[in-house]
Design a protein around this ligand. Structure first.
Ligand code: COA
Length: 375
């Protein structure tokens, strides 16, 4: 049985629009100097009205598939980790599944905020390791700009939009995802939340009036929590994989705050050059931050075959976790003709979706009148 889950494809997508600290300083009482010194963030990407969590996720997914020899129809599983889903339901993963034409895949969302990508990657890897699925697509995607209170200087400076995707495939040779630590503490749920819009506080004029559909955060408490858990989770996942901290070539932390990452590095007694940091250009993109950081690290040549990586995150819930993996050599030289064919398949997926909707409409007309007649 092919029982190891290897990452064979990766891709990212961010909106074109960049929002700088200087622009934010014109919107709320803040300054570039304050934001950079307290967070390390200089700019972030913000979705246009035409861009959504699913559209960014689908683009990242196509780019990840482009690196593999798979067609969308070969996927058995699509998981989207997101805190800013397209709808309460259907799942954003189903929108993506339809967009990319993953006609044989089960698709669902995973809600663990900024730790979501780590949890989702672990779920997909476990499904592969048991033999239940062969090919999985895991995406972290967000349009948090839609949930940000643009008048709250304590939060609006932090977040950005984007998506990152990994393709995982079953292989006989050891490597790929090695271990994972998943933790949560719901007693801290109120430290970072969007209070309304769910069953506790359904949307009403009052919830809108009281601004309860926007992100609320106790920054200091979240900061304290994050600095407490990052090093421990990294150590735990490393040891579970049978490795020591010295064996880890690269840590890819959730990109929330430069000071949190530096504190984790100190806790692990690791030099900062073994950490991937790109939050200066993207801000905190929640579940997308880790896959985006991995994509960039690969592009810069910082990830090589045989390297041991730890991905570590924390977020609302509270949730936190770390995942150790051995980077194998997945680079396939996919011929351009094949990539072109995949683009065509994407167009066919959109066409197929329209046809299915039309057929469903026709069925509704036929069966709808039939049941009407039965009554
Ligand atoms: N510009 C200028 N001043 C600001 C500000 C801003 N954007 N935001 C807050 N301040 C002010 C506060 O009002 C406060 O003023 P006061 O002392 O007069 O009350 C002062 O700066 C210090 O606020 P504090 O909250 O203690 O700052 P901090 O050093 O903790 O930094 C965060 C604030 C939000 C950057 C920091 O707490 C943080 O990063 N927390 C973790 C958040 C996070 O990662 N969330 C996502 C988790 S996935």
């Amino acid at each position: 049985m092919n029982s190891y889950a290897h990452i064979t494809g990766w891709g990212m997508a961010v909106p074109e629009r960049v929002l700088t600290n200087q622009e934010l300083a014109a919107m709320v009482d803040t300054s570039d100097e304050w934001i950079v010194s307290r967070t390390g963030i200089r700019e972030r990407h913000i979705a246009s009205s035409a861009e959504t969590t699913a559209s960014l996720a689908s683009l990242a997914a196509f780019r990840a598939l482009d690196r593999t020899d798979l067609h969308p129809g070969d996927l058995d599983l699509v998981i989207v980790a997101t805190a800013s889903p397209e709808h309460l339901f259907p799942a954003t993963a189903c929108v993506v599944q339809d967009n990319i034409g993953a006609v044989n895949a089960g698709a669902f969302d995973l809600s663990a905020a900024c730790t979501g990508f780590i949890f989702a990657l672990n779920m997909a890897a476990q499904a592969i390791r048991t033999g239940s699925v062969e090919n999985a697509l895991v995406i972290g995607a967000e349009t948090l700009s839609r949930l940000v209170d643009w008048e709250d200087r304590a939060t609006c400076i932090l977040f950005g939009d984007g998506a990152g995707a990994f393709v995982l495939q079953a292989r006989a040779r050891p490597g790929g995802v090695l271990s994972c630590t998943m933790r949560s503490d719901g007693s801290g749920g109120n430290l970072l939340e969007v209070p309304a819009g769910g069953s506790r506080h359904p949307t009403s004029l009052e919830t809108v009036h009281n601004n309860l559909h926007k992100i609320r955060m106790n920054g200091r408490e979240v900061f304290r929590f994050a600095t407490r858990v990052m090093a421990d989770a990294t150590r735990e996942a490393t040891h579970k994989a049978g490795l020591e901290i010295e064996d880890i070539d690269l840590v890819v932390p959730h990109q929330a705050n430069q000071r949190i990452i530096e504190s984790a590095a100190r806790g692990l007694r690791m030099p900062m050059d073994r950490f991937v940091v790109n939050l200066d250009r993207y801000g905190n993109t929640s579940s997308a931050s880790i896959p985006i950081a991995v994509c960039e690290a690969i592009e810069c040549g910082r990830v090589n075959p045989g390297d041991n990586l730890v991905l570590v995150g924390f977020g609302a819930g509270l949730t936190w976790g770390a995942l150790a993996l051995e980077w194998t050599n997945p680079e396939l030289d996919v011929p351009p003709a094949r990539r072109r064919r995949r683009r065509l398949l994407a167009q066919i997926a959109a066409f197929r979706s329209h046809i299915r909707r039309f057929l469903r409409f026709l069925e509704g007309l036929i069966w709808g009148s039939y049941t009407e007649g039965e009554k």
